[in-house]
Design a protein around this ligand. Structure first.
Ligand SMILES: Cc1cc2nc3c(=O)[nH]c(=O)nc-3n(C[C@H](O)[C@H](O)[C@H](O)COP(=O)(O)O)c2cc1C
Ligand code: SF4
Ligand code: SF4
Length: 257
């Protein structure tokens, strides 16, 4: 089975490709945090089944929802089956691999394979960050299409390889200092708002993986349970969602296949 989390479709594409290669089931992590009484993440693992995790890198770390999911995850029948992880990132991952391993280790689980695939950047909620120019996005996607089959082959043959977007500089500062500050202070949904361009289509509420948006009087309302996946802001068909001033004028992005 492949557990995945994705805001703008990069990680979803990776998860779907891997699941198709191994004829595995796709499980969206958001479901286990949505609604008033989310189901418990309890699964049966078959004897030769692989267990995969696919998600984006957030602030040089793992999205907190992934850590919480793994902490609560119960795998009935788990007896050392192969665990792998593929992250997607815009540029670099810092120590996201170590964070993932730490959560798995709480169950005594060991991840045999951790890979990262560089894909178009979707972070537009802070000054100084933004989506990639079209040419760069296209070249990242072309490279990702070459890298993913290699990664799948490594997992299939159980031959781990070093395919990870390491941070060239300051990994400790990024992952150990900035990441906790980001999780504490920059994941709020308070800065989200809809503009007069909103056509009340309700898509933002529909795409939120954790049901954090409801429609009220034809406009979206955020409820304080955001994971910063950015599905809502990127997928609005008329660019009617902004995040404070940071997102104004920023190009939106969604994986198109
Ligand atoms: C909140 C947030 C933080 C991010 N932080 C990083 C980062 O530290 N390093 C990086 O390379 N990309 C970062 N990104 C970019 C995403 O990891 C990248 O675009 C990813 O492929 C998006 O995957 P998705 O489409 O499945 O959501 C960040 C994106 C978001 C939304
Ligand atoms: S997706 Fe955009 S247009 Fe549709 S309801 Fe949400 S803000 Fe309004
Ligand atoms: S409110 Fe928007 S950014 Fe937050 S989890 Fe939902 S879709 Fe993602």
């Amino acid at each position: 089975m492949v557990f995945y989390f994705s805001g703008t479709g990069n990680s979803r594409w990776v998860a779907e490709t891997v699941a198709a290669a191994f004829q595995d089931t796709l499980v969206p992590v958001g479901t286990y945090f949505a609604g008033k009484q989310p189901p418990a993440p309890v699964f049966d693992v078959a004897e030769h089944e692989k267990v995969g995790f696919v998600f984006p890198v957030h602030s040089w770390g793992i999205p907190p929802i992934i850590g919480r999911f793994i902490d609560r995850l119960q795998l009935n029948g788990y007896n050392g089956q192969q665990i792998y992880c593929i992250m997607t990132c815009g540029d670099e991952c810092g120590y996201a691999d170590r964070m993932l391993r730490k959560h798995l280790a709480r169950h005594g689980w060991i991840c045999r394979h951790v890979y990262a695939v560089r894909m178009p950047n979707n972070y537009i909620c802070m000054k100084g960050f933004g989506t990639d120019p079209d040419e760069l996005a296209a070249s990242k996607l072309a490279q990702a299409r070459k890298d993913l089959p290699r990664i799948i082959e490594c997992i299939r043959t159980d031959s781990p390889a070093d395919i990870y977007c390491k941070s060239k500089h300051w990994a400790f500062l990024k992952s150990r200092i900035i990441y906790p500050l980001f999780v504490k202070g920059a994941m709020s949904d308070k800065p989200f708002y809809s503009t007069e361009a909103c056509i009340s289509c309700g898509l933002c509420a529909k795409v939120c993986p954790v049901d954090n948006i409801t429609m009220e009087n034809g406009r979206p309302r955020w409820h304080g349970n955001c994971t910063q996946c950015l599905a809502c802001i990127h997928r609005c068909p008329v660019t009617a969602i902004e995040y404070g001033k940071a997102s104004i004028g920023q190009k939106r992005y969604c994986f198109k296949g």
